[in-house]
Design a protein around this ligand. Sequence first.
Ligand code: ZN
Length: 415
Amino acid sequence: MIILIKKYVDFFSFSTIIYYKTIIFKVFTVKYMNNQSGILQLNSIKKNNRQALLRELYLGGPMSRVELSRRLNCNGTTTTRGIRNLMECGLVLEGQLEKIQQGRPRRILKFNSAKMKSIGIEISPGKIVAIIADLSGKILLRDQVRFSVDIESDELMACLDEVTDRLLAEVPKDERLGVGVATFGHFHHDSRIIEKAAGFHAIEHTDIEKHFIKKFNIKPEIIDGTLALAYNQTQTRQSGQGICVTLNLGRGIGHVVTINGKAVSTRDSHPGEFGHTSCEINGLLCSCGRRGCLETVSSIGALLKKVSEEYRPMEFDELCSTWHKNPVLTDIVNYAATYLAAGIANLINITVPDKLILCGELLKLGDQFTDKLKEQLKEYAIQQLIEYLDISIPKFDSYSISLGATSPLIRKFFE
Ligand SMILES: [Zn+2]
């Protein structure tokens, strides 16, 4: 009997040791695997699922859980769990019952775009334009400060502080997604310090990020103004589909090429220099130091300069309302339109876009100007490329760049 018990104890002890060894091995293996491939893999999967559900509701909603599962090709349990979590966070709302032909009615889910708010600020020569927008890009508040283009650097930062203070006061801390700043001029990719801004020297060498951290304890997302405009125009799944060329026509001339909403042909956040492509050999001196750039012929500054020399000085708004009634002014505007069209046609011939989006203050010249531009485009671009090109001219909105400044925040939120 004693022998039997001893044998049993020995057997039990041996089994226990094997069992513990297995546990120790498993613990070691799990720890090792986690260290190799990222801790909390399960949580990463959950987060990815959650983000995918949220993104689909944002881009394609509202819809039922069944529809959401179908679109993402995932099972109902994953969807139900993920949605429960998103509803607890207040990012998804459950709406009315949807009646269907067969089966039980389904609850419609809606992305709650009002849950978080972003602040977007555009700094450009003569003005700071700012907005508060929700996650769907709906502008909730607009604000702006105007100043002379010859403003001093410290005065410019004081204006920036004034606008930022006002907007921050309107958004409770727990609803703030962040602050996006769209700038004018070339900035250094890593430091985000503006190195050169032709005609707007107050912004040169300013460290906006450092200033924001010191003053507001907020790290802003800094983005090129034309890139912000392009992101604003290609934000939705439908509007950003395919190859799009977004043009910013105004005091400067800029372009951005996007493919399915993602900017391409950019280096170090710099989308290119369409405005500084040569169009006249030995032409007028440009702010970049070279001669004959497109901006010396077709920008607002170039137009006003020529109007002043050949007619009389006037503001751009006056030119917009009078040019088509005056033969001298009509010739000046048509000349600028022709060169601009030739430049855009080159861009079309090189990039072969599906969509051309014309934006910017220059379009305040009205339908006669855009008609002239389109007519000339047909002449200069390759016929097969222009024939099926979708040319979009959104209504001019002086807040679209500041709204686009919130795009990096929203894109990060859904990553
Ligand atoms: Zn130039």
